[in-house]
Ligand binder design. Structure first.
Ligand SMILES: Cc1cc2nc3c(=O)[nH]c(=O)nc-3n(C[C@H](O)[C@H](O)[C@H](O)COP(=O)(O)OP(=O)(O)OC[C@H]3O[C@@H](n4cnc5c(N)ncnc54)[C@H](O)[C@@H]3O)c2cc1C
Length: 450
């Protein structure tokens, strides 16, 4: 006998489990999630687990603010089982001449709804320091700290060159797999089933979804949700949809900072200036010898970032830097770059000089990563498609943790026919059919990617 479900979701990453949870919140039942892997084990187990409401794109800012509201609601309901904190993001620069530009950009984002901007100088003590744990009683918006003495009185591990530090406050990190498991468990309690299987094909009749192939079995359904992460495009092609997405490889390292050079109470801390790396003379000669390494002597972009991971006694720090774009088809195992750990360490040594003690004899870090699945303008794809019953919930790029609740809620509203937020039409596939949107796209500014 043919099995039948009201809704089938392909993918049990953050997007899929959140979609399932929010569908149940809208009273929908008879839902199956299928994933060929364990839940949350592909991209979703390799993130830096951070969130921020600091976005230059007003629609993204609104989506992520909504998502953080929902995350905080779940943290309230679960006694913060997934350890949501509110340490913030700290953008640090050695270039005091950037003050006007940094202030103008922050004022712009603040005016979009991220919260007020406060400026602090040495003479001013109104800056509220972060709470390392928990998410309550913290300000929104951002604090711009001016001057090294003030910056290092709160963040002593930073370089004596640090001249400006923008502390974004509705931001921080969480145990994201913990939150994903919480969403999945709650969805299961409401009747959602999970099955480990690969979606190998889709049946479309009269432009409508009718069935999902799980190997040799065809399961009947009228509603299918594509939450397949890096395989989003492939799942689109199974129904004849050409989805405008691509994938990029992103890496990170978990570094054992046994010398305790990175403050355990730091926010996610980002070096906001371009730089050339401080290789030794011997290293420079060696790197200059070969075409495959000479590029490491060139200037690098801004954006090296780190955060402590684990409790106060943990020596682990996560380190990342997207110094080059790696756009490619998703393949497994990941083609990790063996130079990455050393480059990131040198990049962060500019911001946290204590890290230089590790040059040449750093403990071997754990290197991992995953795929960002992105649209050209770095907005997600959530909602219906020209195939009736086929819905999208993906292309969440490097913000799939912070947007998880927001996109799950939005997808569920589309399917349930509930009231949609103002940003809904900016995230549907049909936006690309609008000539006005195409015109905006042609002149798109910042992507908002860290
Ligand atoms: C290094 C790195 C750092 C990051 N840091 C952050 C961060 O700090 N904050 C943030 O918000 N985001 C971050 N992200 C992004 C975030 O991790 C992703 O956006 C998110 O995990 C994507 O979730 P997903 O559910 O779309 O995809 P996935 O987690 O990849 O889930 C997709 C699932 O679909 C399944 N699937 C695919 N095809 C099939 C099929 N045919 N049949 C059955 N199952 C299938 C897969 O097995 C997989 O489990 C980071 C990502 C990386 C790589």
């Amino acid at each position: 006998m043919t099995r039948k479900f009201n809704i089938i979701i392909c993918g049990a990453g953050f997007a899929g489990v959140s979609a399932a949870y929010f569908l149940t919140q809208h009273g929908l039942t008879d839902i199956l999630i299928v994933d060929e892997r364990d839940p949350l084990s592909l991209t979703s187990s390799h993130s830096t687990e951070c969130y921020r409401n600091w976005w230059p794109d007003p629609q993204m800012l609104a989506l992520i603010n909504r998502s953080i509201d929902l995350m905080e609601g779940l943290a309230d309901a679960s006694n913060n089982v997934f350890k949501l904190n509110r340490r913030g993001y700290l953008y640090v620069s050695a270039n005091l001449a950037k003050f006007d530009a940094m202030k103008a950009r922050a004022e712009k984002i603040s005016a979009l709804g991220a919260g007020p901007l406060r400026i602090h100088t040495d003479a001013d003590s109104s800056y509220l320091p972060l709470h390392p744990d928990g998410y309550k009683d913290s300000p929104t918006g951002a604090d711009l700290l001016v001057g090294n003495r003030l910056i290092r009185s709160f963040f002593p591990c930073l370089t004596e060159d640090a001249a400006l530090a923008l502390h974004v406050r509705r931001a921080g990190w969480l145990d994201s797999v913990g939150m994903g498991m919480y969403l999945l468990e709650q969805a299961k309690k409401a009747g959602v089933k999970f099955e480990q299987a690969a979606v190998t094909g889709l049946d479309v009749e009269n432009d409508s979804i009718t069935g999902v192939h799980l190997g040799a079995e065809t399961v009947s359904t009228r509603i299918f949700v594509n939450a397949a992460g890096p395989f989003f495009k492939k799942l689109g092609q199974m129904a004849g949809l050409e989805l405008p997405v691509f994938t990029e490889l992103h890496q990170k390292v978990a570094f054992r900072d046994h010398l305790k050079t990175i403050g355990r109470d730091l926010p996610l801390t980002i070096w906001d200036d371009p730089q050339s790396l401080d290789w030794s003379d011997d290293e420079r000669s060696f790197l200059a010898e070969d075409d495959s390494t000479r590029w490491m002597l060139e200037p690098f972009p801004s954006g090296a970032h780190t955060r402590p991971d684990g409790g106060p006694d943990s020596p682990i720090a996560l380190m990342l830097w997207e110094y080059a774009e790696h756009r490619m088809e998703p393949v497994l195992p990941l083609p990790l770059d063996e130079n990455y750990p050393e480059i990131v360490l040198h990049g962060l040594g500019r911001m946290i000089p204590g890290l230089k003690k590790y040059y040449g004899h750093a403990p071997k870090p754990v290197q991992d990563g995953g795929w960002y699945t992105k649209t050209r303008e770095n907005r997600p794809l959530v909602g219906p498609t020209p195939v009736n019953g086929y819905f999208l919930c993906g292309a969440v790029s490097g913000y799939g943790v912070m947007s998880a609740c927001g996109v799950g809620d939005l997808l569920a509203r589309h399917i349930a026919g509930a009231q949609l937020p103002a940003y809904a039409s900016d995230f549907t596939l049909s936006r690309y059919a609008d000539p006005a949107y195409q015109e905006i796209l042609a002149n798109w500014g910042e992507s908002g990617q860290l």
